[in-house]
Every structure is written in C-alpha cells, then in structure tokens.
Design a protein around this ligand. Structure first.
Ligand SMILES: [Zn+2]
Length: 195
C-alpha cells in the first residue's frame, strides 16, 4: 500500500501487487511525487498501471507512466479531465495541502509533471492481469462512476475495492449511476465472492 504522507486533508491510497513477471500498480493517487520512480525502488518487475476509475485522486500519478488501463466507460471522462492541467497548478495545490513541515520542500522539479493525453487501454468486466505466478481479476462495479472496477486477487483473497465499494461510496458525481444500477452492480460483485 502506498499513501501520500505530506498532506492531512486528502486520503489517497494505491497498491503495488508484485508477481513473478510483472507488478500491477492499482491507481496512482494525486500526482504529487514521482510514483514511477518510487515503484522502481520497491520492485524490479515491469510495472503495469491500472486505474479503478477516472477521478483525479486515483489517476494523478498516471503521467509518470507511458500508458494505463482504465475502465472503458471512464476513458472519455479521463481524457476530458486532464486537458490543460499544468505542473504549476499541481505544485500550488500541493503547497496548499501540505503539512507545515513539508511545504518548503515542494519545488518545481521532476517530482511534478504536466497532465497530458496518454495511451489508454480499455478495461472490461472479466479481464485478467496475468502477473506470472498470480493473476488479478477485474469486476465492473458501476455506481461511483459508470465504469468503476474492483480488482480481486484470488491467491490472497484480497479485494481492491477502491471507491467502487466501501463504507462511504459516493454516488453524487456527474458520471455516477443511479442507486438501482449500483445495487445491480453489487449483486454482480457478490456472484464473484467465492473468488
Ligand atoms: Zn472517486
């Protein structure tokens, strides 16, 4: 689990799952810090990036990578969200949010990058990431956003549920689904509970 620690007001988490051949990074948090460089200190495997949905506290660090996997129903929203966001805005936002002891350390250097259109591969319900000696399964649980996904690791029986399914799942965004659709999605997730 990787968490941004310099800010108190934004809880953002991502996860690096390592297999024999590949590592899978699930979400990329806020984009404040070179996440790719950090991942390379944790694993020597090639890192594949998969986003659970297209909200900026889950894709902010994407732009240090060459490509990402994104739920197919979120790709348009993702590309619209990143247009024109410059590194200087991110630096100012980071300074605003930073704990006092970290504020002066935030400088316009390589730990920030502009947001730009990037290569995106679509994620579909039922897709599987083969990491070598383990696999990670993709279940679409639309609600929080239309195409949000949950990732399941059958080996450890860990579910990476992100904002798709937690104690405070918000359904109030422009790309959220009605609650009846979300209920159907949860029933779909339940069908996979034995995994
Ligand atoms: Zn979200």
């Amino acid at each position: 689990m990787i968490r941004n620690s310099f800010s108190d007001d934004t809880e953002a988490l991502c996860y690096l799952v390592e297999g024999r051949d590949y590592a899978l990074l699930i979400d990329s948090i806020l984009g404040m810090g070179n996440l790719k460089a950090f991942c390379e200190t944790q694993t020597d495997k090639p890192v594949i990036l998969a986003n659970t949905h297209a909200h900026s506290d889950h894709f902010g660090g994407n732009f240090f990578f060459d490509s990402c996997y994104m739920p197919h129903r979120n790709i348009g929203f993702f590309q619209n969200s990143i247009n024109g966001v410059k590194k200087q805005q991110l630096i100012e936002m980071a300074k605003e949010r930073a704990r006092d002891e970290y504020r002066d350390l935030i400088q316009p250097d390589e730990i920030f990058t502009d947001w730009f259109p990037m290569k995106v591969y679509p994620l579909y319900d039922g897709d599987v990431f083969e990491l070598g000696d383990r696999k990670i399964e993709v279940i679409e649980v639309g609600g929080h956003t239309a195409g949000s996904v949950v990732l399941i690791d059958p080996l450890t029986r860990i579910t990476y549920s992100s904002n798709s399914c937690n104690g405070n799942t918000l359904l109030e965004f422009p790309n959220s689904l009605p609650i009846i659709s979300y209920m159907r999605a949860l029933l779909h997730l339940k069908e996979n509970q034995n995994n």
